[in-house]
Design a binder for this molecule. Structure first.
Ligand code: SF4
Length: 380
């Protein structure tokens, strides 16, 4: 099984913290769509290799496109690839770009999962983040989506905003829970290099939240989500049983995927490649009949193994049997004393077939990955 990703590189306004590739104008929409159709056709040879289990429209702001355009792109995917009848088809949705009719149109087009970029239910947070929507619009459109039949909805929130208190973050989580969505992603604010936010931090216009406060908010989130019946299945992702993102889980399990559009990444077997970011260069390359690649790498077996361990730890845990079958390594035996130490410090639990992080471990996820990888003895 494999996945498809379609990057829609348009936003109404660029948020101060965002480093995803998008432009603030829809002027090149027609040339983008022409190039996208061609690019999808260029990968037709992959159609016989695996069936498609998930399709994900990300960006940018895919919900800026009309339902008719989304339907056309989906139709092309169905005609080019062998897409499963029960495929998960997700559309990232900015609450400021839709209404009930548009949401109904996306549903009729074949989208069966929406991921709403809510980020906060506090108006001053939304203004700080320069989002284009209000908290009221986010609530209204999530309810609209439920009314038109979407029963698999995710919402994104951002925590660790400057000066954020636990009390304010609790209010955000409570408002999210009341909306009764099946999935919640809660990311901490990352100051990405080259963004307006990074410049504001550098000029001391904005101060990042102290690490201990961020950890307090994260610990509260994990406990709160668990109490509300959500499974914590990745560092920042929580799902009601049966509603984990199949698409993102595929990424984290090293499943093959093809990405279309500017800046999109692809992974097939042990090859990873990524498209150029500029929409103009992307369109030019494709019109010239070339793949619009910016780079590629072939993972060595060591890199592949390192990634499997890191991704497993960040996700639902390292599946020890699968790791052994794919990479020929018995992780527990090869790293026994390190793992015993991490277990005795309540950072890891061995819950066969998984080796997974505890809540305390999730707070130190990157450090624990480094410790495990540093002590790993890979068989010759
Ligand atoms: S709407 Fe989303 S993709 Fe667009 S700038 Fe904001 S965060 Fe980035």
């Amino acid at each position: 099984m494999a996945s498809l990703y379609v990057h829609i590189p348009f936003c109404e306004h660029k948020c101060i913290y965002c480093d995803f590739y998008s432009i603030e104008s829809l002027d090149p929409l027609e040339s983008f769509l022409t190039a996208l159709r061609k690019e999808i056709a260029m990968y037709a040879e992959y159609s016989t290799k695996e069936t498609i289990e998930t399709i994900f429209f990300g960006g940018g702001t895919p919900s800026l496109l009309s339902p008719a355009i989304i339907a056309e792109i989906l139709d092309l995917c169905h005609r080019t690839f062998s897409v499963r009848r029960d495929a998960e088809i997700t559309l990232e949705t900015n609450p400021g770009t839709v209404d009930r009719d548009i949401l109904a149109g996306f549903r009729a087009a074949g989208v069966n999962r929406l991921s709403f970029g809510v980020q906060s239910f506090h108006e001053d947070d939304l203004r700080f983040l320069t989002r284009i929507h209000s908290a009221g619009q986010a609530k209204e459109n999530i309810r609209n989506a439920q009314k038109v039949g979407f029963d698999n909805i995710s919402l994104d929130l951002i925590f660790a905003l400057p000066n954020q208190t636990l009390a304010r973050w609790k209010e955000n989580l409570q408002q999210a829970i009341v909306l009764d969505t099946q999935h919640i992603s809660a990311y901490s604010l990352i100051v990405e290099h080259g963004t307006p936010l990074a410049r504001m931090v550098r000029s001391k216009q904005v101060s990042v939240l102290p690490l201990d406060t961020e950890a307090e908010l994260y610990e509260f989130t994990m406990a709160c989500m668990r109490d509300e019946g959500f499974e914590h299945y990745e560092v920042s992702n929580y799902a009601k049983p049966g509603f984990r993102s199949r698409h993102n889980s595929n990424y984290w399990n090293h499943t093959n995927y093809i990405g279309f559009g500017p800046s999109a990444h692809s992974f097939w077997m042990n090859r990873r490649w990524w498209n150029i970011r500029s929409i103009e260069s992307y369109c030019e390359k494709i019109l010239a009949g070339e793949f619009p690649l910016a780079g590629e790498e072939h993972l060595t077996s060591g890199q592949y193994l390192d990634e499997a361990i890191m991704l497993g730890l960040r996700g639902e845990g390292i599946h020890l049997d699968r790791l052994n079958a794919r990479h020929g390594i018995d992780l527990v035996a090869s790293d026994q004393s390190t793992i015993d130490n991490l277990i005795s410090e309540c950072l890891l639990v061995h819950d066969p077939p998984f080796l997974r992080l505890t809540d305390k471990g999730y707070l130190l996820c990157d450090e624990i990955s480094k410790v495990l990888l540093a002590h790993l003895s890979v068989p010759a």
